[in-house]
Design a protein around this ligand. Structure first.
Ligand SMILES: *Cc1c(COP(=O)(O)O)cnc(C)c1O
Length: 307
C-alpha cells in the first residue's frame, strides 16, 4: 500500500550554472520536517508497515541521518513508535537532524561504528524483543533502500516525465549512498523506455562493486531484468561519508549565491560538484536535489571557513 505523504509533484526548475542548463528536481521540497528523498521511499515502506499492523518502526543511520529524521517524524504522525540506531560519528551531536530527533523524541540508541557493522542483526533482535512484549515491529534498512522503498523513485521518474520531456536531456544526476534512490530512478527510466543516462555520484568510500550489486538486487526485485546502464561516478567522495571537502563547501556557497538553492554538505554538494566536473559536453541535464538541508547546520564549523 502506498501512502500519500509528500507534497507532490515537486517543481522542476531551470537554472544556468557555468553556461550549462541544469534543471533541478526540487525533492528538497517534498515536505518540511520530512523533506528530501526519503519521504518518497517511506510512502511505500510505512504503507507496508501499516498494512502489517505494526506499532513500532525501527531504523538506523548515521548520527545526522536524514532518513532517521524523516522516518521518526512520519512514523509518529501515523501513530507508530520509533526506535533509532544511530552511528556515533562526526559531525557534531546536538545539531541538525540529531537535534530534531531529540526534540521530537524517540528511543535513540547511539552505537559505535563497529556495532553498526551488525546493525541489521541488532534491529532484528530488537524487533524480536518488542514482539515478546506483544508489539509489532517493522524494520526499515539503512536509507530505506530496498525494493519497496525504491518504488518511490520509480514514481518520481513517472512524475517528472509528466513535467518535462526527459529525452530532451543528456543525463540525470543524483547523489548515491545506500543506492535505493538510484535503483528506483534507473528502474523508472527503463520501465518508460527513456533514452537518458542515469549517473550516480557516490558519496562514500565503499567499493563500487558493493554499490552496483545492491542496485542490481533491487532492479531484479522490481522486475527489471536488463541491468545495463548502471553508471556510478567516483572520485568525489572526499575523505569519506559526511566529510565535505573545501571544494564541496565552496559549491554550496556558489549554488546558494547564484540561485538560492541550498545543497547539503553530505550528499548533494558532492553530487553537484561531481556533475559539474564530469558532464563534459553535455548541455542540458537534470539534477535530482535529494534534500539534506538540516545537515548544513551540523557543519557550521566547517562552513565558517568559506562564509
Ligand atoms: C539518503 C540521501 C541520499 C542518498 O540516497 P540513497 O538512496 O541512500 O542512495 C542523497 N541525498 C540525501 C540528502 C540523502 O539524505
Amino acid at each position: 500500500m502506498k501512502l500519500s505523504l509528500a507534497r507532490k509533484p515537486t517543481p522542476v526548475e531551470k537554472h544556468m550554472f557555468k553556461g550549462k542548463e541544469i534543471w533541478i528536481k526540487r525533492d528538497d521540497m517534498t515536505d518540511f520536517i520530512a523533506s528530501g528523498n526519503k519521504i518518497r521511499k517511506l510512502e511505500y515502506l510505512l504503507g507496508d508497515a501499516l498494512e502489517k499492523k505494526s506499532d513500532v518502526v525501527i531504523t538506523c543511520g548515521a548520527l545526522q541521518s536524514n532518513h532517521a529524521r524523516a522516518t521518526n517524524y512520519l512514523s509518529k504522525r501515523l501513530g507508530m513508535d520509533v526506535v533509532l540506531y544511530l552511528k556515533d560519528w562526526y559531525p557534531g551531536k546536538d545539531s541538525g537532524n540529531f537535534l530534531l530527533n531529540k526534540l521530537m523524541g524517540a528511543e535513540i540508541n547511539i552505537i559505535t561504528p563497529e556495532e553498526y557493522e551488525k546493525v541489521d542483526e541488532i534491529m532484528k533482535e530488537k524487533a524480536r524483543e518488542l514482539e515478546k512484549e506483544g508489539k509489532r515491529a517493522y524494520v526499515i534498512p539503512e536509507g530505506g533502500s530496498n525494493y519497496i522503498g525504491s518504488k518511490g523513485y520509480e514514481d518520481a521518474i513517472f512524475e517528472m516525465s509528466r513535467q518535462v520531456d526527459l529525452e530532451d536531456f543528456d543525463a540525470i544526476y543524483v547523489a548515491t549512498s545506500s543506492a535505493g534512490t538510484y535503483a528506483g530512478i534507473l528502474s523508472g527510466v527503463k520501465k518508460l523506455n527513456l533514452k537518458i543516462e542515469v549517473r550516480g555520484v557516490v558519496v562514500h568510500k565503499k567499493p563500487t562493486e558493493v554499490v552496483r550489486e545492491k542496485i542490481e538486487g533491487i532492479l531484479y526485485q522490481l522486475g527489471v531484468e536488463d541491468h545495463s546502464g548502471i553508471n556510478l561516478i567516483r572520485g568525489f567522495e572526499g575523505k569519506d561519508y559526511a566529510y565535505p571537502s573545501e571544494e564541496d563547501l565552496k559549491v554550496i556557497k556558489y549554488v546558494a549565491s547564484e540561485s538560492g538553492v541550498f545543497l547539503d554538505p553530505v550528499y548533494t554538494a558532492k553530487a553537484f560538484r561531481g556533475m559539474l566536473e564530469t558532464m563534459g559536453d553535455q548541455e542540458r541535464v537534470v539534477f535530482i536535489h535529494t534534500g539534506g538541508t538540516f545537515g548544513l547546520f551540523a557543519q557550521i564549523e566547517a562552513l565558517e571557513g568559506i562564509i
